[in-house]
Design a protein around this ligand. Sequence first.
Ligand SMILES: [Zn+2]
Length: 542
Amino acid sequence: MTTTTPAPVRTPRPSRQVGRAQARKARKAAARLTPQALARELTEHILDAAAAKAAAAAQATTLAKAQLAEAEVQAWLKDMDARLELIFAHPEQNLGEIEEQLAVSVKEPLRLLAQRAAQVKANAAPCQCPDCHGELRQQRDLSRTICSRFGPLTLWRRYGWCPRCGEWHFPADYALGLGRKAPASPYLQEISALLVSKMPAEQAVLVAERLGLDMSRCGLHQEAHRQGLKAQEWRSGFVGQLDTWEQIQQLASAAAEGPPTQPFVLVIEIDAWDIRERDDWGKTEELRQQGKKPERWHWVYMATVFRLDHRGQTAGQRAVITQRGYAATRLGLEALSAQLYREALARGLGQAQLVLVIADGAIWIWNLAQDRFPQARQRLDLFHAEEHLWAVAHDLYGHGTPEAQAWVTPLLQQVRDDQTVAVISSLTELKPRLLEAQQKKVQTQIEYFQDNAPRMKYKEVLQAREACKQGKATEEQKQLANHPVGSGAIESACRQYQCRFKRTGQFWTTVGDEALMCVETLWRNGRWAQLYPHARSSAALN
Ligand SMILES: [Zn+2]
């Protein structure tokens, strides 16, 4: 920070109250004037304002270095001293006050510096069309106020007309990463996206305020939505890399670059949950009269993909996956399928020794798995299988009864021993002795086990775990013991998304939920810096 060269002096803008008082005074004075004198007065006023504006523009657009004037630095130091003195005079004020007051004090010098640095950047941007790179015509300067992490910044940008593209362009806005109409700086764009993807906008505004960010003028909610659309555009490009066979081959082998890795298992887990949307809003009565029920609940399809060797335990024995990919969409199965496949390629699908797909019994999941990952081993979530047997037990003998327990225990063991055929025959033998309604229910379960029998292979994993416990495991068993038999990873991911997207009384639009979910997924996938390059310097974001 240099402090010798004087920087341009800012004329402080009058507050709204002062401005109104001045205007009132001017109106009263004008009432006493003759029409000629009034016209002269007004002309002079307009000319003065124009001259002041031109001077400000000239000063800003020639700025070549961002720095604070000596007087500004001194004013800041003085302000800081005064704040600290006040804190020292109050024994009850703690480090919190020091943090708070110093942050407030430093904001104005940082704001001035940011404004000037941005102005220097804007001045350096060539006045060319960003699309065809032709020189812009009818060049002029226009000011604009940006919301930044340090407060509002006023910038002057040279703009012009591109005759070839038939459009006005502000090249400095592109250079600075500013949206065409939205006032948020790139940092505030990022923070809007981050906060609103984690919590409702009305809470986010308050949290931002506590972080020292005034986002009231940004329209946090709208800005987050804009960022969501930007994230979707990025995702389209990312998934669009699957358009040709050659591209897919390239991506599959690309992940293999770098040092050779140990053979690994790639786990894919898939599930869905439902979200409430505001479609046909206000048409409820109309639809009812037509005998239709407005559909408000829609499926959000989700998947997660990770390498088994990226799963470990914390010191507190809690299971953690250090690197994992997510796919989440409200736009249907095709969309999920493409997103998941792209994510799987990025996570080593092309190199995996074994791909394991785990999920509950939903038929669409197995169709998707067959379609996208035909070589993969499929496994039905063990706990879902057990739940289906418990459902029969409760139906026959009542909830939580010893009889239900006695009936289900040998069957649960058969499931764990890969004896699905025995489970099916037990259920089949049971059927003729039941009432018709019960027969139907049992038949449904028989079909469930018949459909999923090839996916119900748990024995070798469970045996391997037992061998590990007894310290008798072979090398192969040590590997096998790690294989998951349940789809807990995707179930917990679904719950985490629901914490944001399925709150009581919450309604979404398809455009809105998809955009924000895309932001959330980008963040979780560790690709945040793709959208916010300035965030690249931050620590791991996943
Ligand atoms: Zn052009």
